[in-house]
Design a protein around this ligand. Structure first.
Ligand code: MF3
Ligand code: CO
Ligand code: CO
Length: 272
């Protein structure tokens, strides 16, 4: 398997791309398919399931639906999904490891449809999870929604970061600093960097036609992370639980279009 250079140009732009109405259609289709890929996995998430099985099913789903797995071989990444459990912050690598009762997991899907990237992740509870873990999931879901609510032309990236940080810290959660959201479209990781902390009024001013992700990672403990020896898996330094949600978003004339909303409402953890 390979990713066509034509379909996924490597070049990050110096400026922030402004996209057309047709580009919105491309992102809408890619985002919807990414959300449907996560929806497809929902009934399979239970104790005893191999994370590699979810990875394989996601890859088959993408290929069956005319899309390509964007993460597979991206900078040498070996799998289709990122599956990050418990104190894993992000970029957990699917393996023969089994899901177990009480785990909280993030599944991050990125696919390329007709050259457009759909990038989204959600949290899932495996069996019965402890109350503090459930609370972290709910706080992280509210945090991404508060970030998205800031998006409109004239607002700044600082407004998004501040909305997330103020809420997360009021809920005594640490906001991870080492990873951020990103511009995307025909390019997977493009300008701008979308920080999940910041100050209102500062940073890049949003304009209609910008595409980017918002993907806050919140920890029950401190923000600090470290990368394991596999070169990918990011974990909390204090071993505290971590959660993340991610959506791909376009700036519209008066707000945000969320490309990766689940058609069946399953992006909301309350629906699970
Ligand atoms: N989907 C991740 C993101 O939100 C990127 C994963 S890159 C990989 O940006 F190589 F780890 F897959
Ligand atoms: Co992303
Ligand atoms: Co992602």
């Amino acid at each position: 398997m390979y990713t066509d250079a034509e379909l996924a140009p490597d070049g990050r732009s110096d400026t922030i791309r402004i996209h057309t109405k047709e580009d919105f259609e491309g992102m809408r289709a890619a985002g919807k398919l990414a959300a449907e890929c996560l929806d497809m996995l929902v009934p399979l998430i239970e104790p005893g399931v191999e994370t590699d099985r979810l990875d394989r099913l996601a890859r088959e789903f993408m290929l069956d639906n005319g899309s390509l797995p964007a993460c597979l071989f991206y900078r040498g990444y070996p799998k289709t999904l990122c599956i990050s459990s418990n104190h894993v912050v992000c970029h957990g690598i699917p393996s023969e490891k089994l899901l177990k009762n009480g785990d909280i997991i993030n599944i991050d899907v990125t696919l390329i449809l007709d050259g457009w990237h759909g990038d989204t992740s959600r949290m899932f509870a495996v069996g019965d999870v402890k109350r503090n873990a459930r609370r972290l999931i709910d706080v992280t879901f509210e945090a991404i929604n508060r970030g998205i609510a800031e998006v409109k032309p004239g607002a700044t990236l600082g407004d998004i970061g501040a909305a997330i940080q103020e809420y997360a810290e009021a809920e005594r959660c640490g906001v991870v600093r080492d990873f951020c959201g990103h511009g995307l479209g025909r390019v997977f990781h493009d300008n701008p960097n979308v920080l999940h902390y910041g100050q209102r009024g500062l940073g890049t001013v949003l304009k209609e036609g910008m595409f980017f992700t918002i993907e806050p990672m919140l920890n029950l403990g401190k923000p600090a992370v470290k990368i394991l020896n596999d070169g990918w898996t990011a974990v909390t330094r204090d071993k505290s639980l971590s959660a993340q949600f991610e959506h791909s978003i376009g700036v519209t004339a008066d707000g945000a279009e969320v490309f990766t909303t689940s058609p069946t409402g399953l992006h909301n953890p309350a629906a699970l």
